[in-house]
Design a protein around this ligand. Structure first.
Ligand code: FMN
Ligand code: MN
Length: 511
């Protein structure tokens, strides 16, 4: 309830002269507040990390590792070969710190993070995202993100175990900072992620692609004012999700995060800028971007798994760093798949595509959507139950013109195929596709800015790409003839559904 709402409410109560009632109302609010304080949810990253570790989804590395030489390869290989996240508690040169990585690399982990069953993840997330909850600002008091406060010359980025990630990267990068800025006209917050190459103790790059943060940045530039930015590292999965999700301009992503949490995000004020940040975060870097200042940055291993070439980008100046006493740095891996980078944006693409398809042809019978991390997010698989001939292709066209640019290849599969299993998808593509009928190319369409194989139009910027979208209808032919479709069924082992492997193989395989 805003100020006006509250005042209006009190006036109504006064008008009736019903003071008793007002007392009761007040007591109720106090009671509610006390109840809320008792039930205060952990809005940091620690509860989630604990869950990952307890369930065997995350491995702890206790041997000393070096952010400059081997940390990146260790966490990448651990996920690639074992499907696990990592937490490092012995970091060369950073005795007080821990580092976690690959914590959001698949839907299993995401489901744990936002308390949803994996098989109802997309519907559940859409439900949560559609009920945003405005954040609340609280007294700085004993906010965990303020346990250590370093202002001005005291603040140094060298204190943070920032990792050099891919072989050819231009240096160490902070890739997981959630940047909170305010629209200088409306005062509405925006939260988004921007890679930051560390140049020195108090300066980084700050790459802003043409989206909402860029729109806000341009307003500051027009006013010739620096843009205050608070960079948040390490917070609840719901907040991380909010920072990566594309919403309508003017919607505060912290309100989206509140919807996903089911509780308003608790914020505290920054020390040196007029921006609020999540109280339970691990690390906050306060700073500003000066209009017109650009600096050479990159190269950097990016979402598709190839390098973005060195180029100019905005510059971020540190004004203060605050953090927990024993901070955990989230060393997100960006580079060759599969990493958190693809799996985070992928969830947003899947949700937006699901929502988009719910409006096409009066809603389709969609069963799953997977924007594949392994394909650098440029391939999306739609699992559906086509009701009429041609419907799968309509779904594919829509999937290739949804809210995100990343997918350029869309594949439709039937309900008997696991859309997450690329082996089954490829099997479907060979056994259910007659390319002359089922494959279409759509040339000269705008593609994902980081898709290097799509040409840059004459005179265009490296992020302006025009390429070919293509679709593959790998559903069985003859939608209206179930008897005909049967010919394309998978030849499954006898009694496949009845046989339980646990009854026949060693027990410890199933722990
Ligand atoms: C791990 C990760 C890294 C990202 N890095 C950048 C980046 O360096 N620059 C950028 O402009 N967008 C980057 N993005 C994308 C934006 O943060 C994302 O699209 C966000 O929703 C944009 O918000 P906005 O529409 O409010 O500007 C990244 C996203 C993720 C998940
Ligand atoms: Mn936004």
């Amino acid at each position: 309830m805003g100020d006006d709402g509250l005042r209006g409410f009190m006036r109504e109560v006064d008008k009736k002269g019903d003071l008793d009632k007002r007392d009761t109302q007040q007591k109720d609010t106090e009671k509610q507040q006390a109840k809320r304080a008792r039930n205060m949810q952990d809005q940091g990253i620690r509860g989630y990390l604990q869950k990952l570790e307890n369930s065997g989804e995350m491995l702890r590395v206790t041997k000393e590792v070096d952010p400059q030489t081997n940390l990146s390869a260790i966490e990448w290989k651990t996920y690639d070969q074992h499907g696990k996240a990592t937490i490092f508690d012995n970091i060369k040169g950073h005795p007080e710190w821990q580092v976690c990585s690959q914590i959001f690399t698949d839907r299993t982990k995401w489901s744990m993070g936002v308390n949803l069953q994996e098989d109802e993840f997309l519907e559940g997330m859409l439900r949560k995202v559609s009920k945003p909850l405005e954040p609340v600002i609280q007294d700085t008091g004993n906010a965990p993100c303020k346990e250590v406060i370093k202002i001005g010359e005291e603040a140094s980025l060298y204190d943070i175990p920032v990792v050099t990630i891919s072989e050819e990267d231009g240096g160490p990068f902070i890739p997981a900072g959630m940047a909170i800025v305010k629209d200088p006209e409306s005062g509405i917050r925006n939260m988004s992620i921007h890679r930051q190459q560390v140049f020195d103790e108090r300066t980084t790059g700050f790459l802003i692609l043409p989206r909402q943060a860029r729109r806000i940045h341009d307003k500051y530039t027009q006013r010739k004012e620096p843009m205050p930015v608070a960079v948040v590292i390490g917070a609840h999965p719901a907040i991380w999700f909010g920072s990566a999700f594309t919403t309508t301009f003017g919607v505060d992503e912290l309100a989206v995060a509140g919807g996903v949490l089911g509780d308003p995000v608790r914020l505290v004020k920054c020390e040196t800028i007029d921006v609020e940040v999540p109280a339970d975060a691990e690390i906050i870097i306060e700073g500003e971007i000066i209009p017109g200042e650009l600096r050479h940055e990159g190269p950097f291993g990016e979402v598709p798994g190839t390098y973005a070439e060195a180029d100019e980008c905005e510059v971020f100046h540190v004004k203060a760093i605050t953090h927990r006493r024993d901070p955990i740095y989230y060393a997100l891996h960006c580079g060759a798949p599969i990493t958190c980078t693809q799996a985070t944006t992928g969830i947003g693409i899947e949700l937006a595509t699901w929502d988009h398809l719910s409006k096409v042809e009066g809603g389709m019978d969609i069963m799953d959507i997977r924007c594949h991390a392994a394909a650098g997010l440029m391939m999306i698989v739609i699992k559906l139950r086509p009701k009429m001939s041609g419907q799968a292709k309509t779904a594919l066209l829509a999937a290739l013109s949804g809210p995100y640019l990343h997918p350029k290849l869309a594949i439709a599969v039937d309900e008997d195929i696991d859309a997450n299993d690329l082996r089954q998808v490829m099997w479907s593509v060979t056994t259910r596709v007659n390319a002359a009928d089922d494959v279409d190319l759509i040339p000269n369409t705008r593609t994902f800015p980081l898709d290097k194989v799509s040409p840059v139009p004459e005179g265009g910027h490296q992020f302006e790409r025009m390429g070919t979208k293509w679709l593959i209808d790998a559903t069985m032919p003859a939608v209206s003839r179930p008897d005909q479709r049967q010919r394309f069924a998978r030849a499954m082992p006898k009694n496949f559904d009845q046989v339980e492997l646990e009854d026949f193989l060693p027990e410890d395989l199933f722990k």
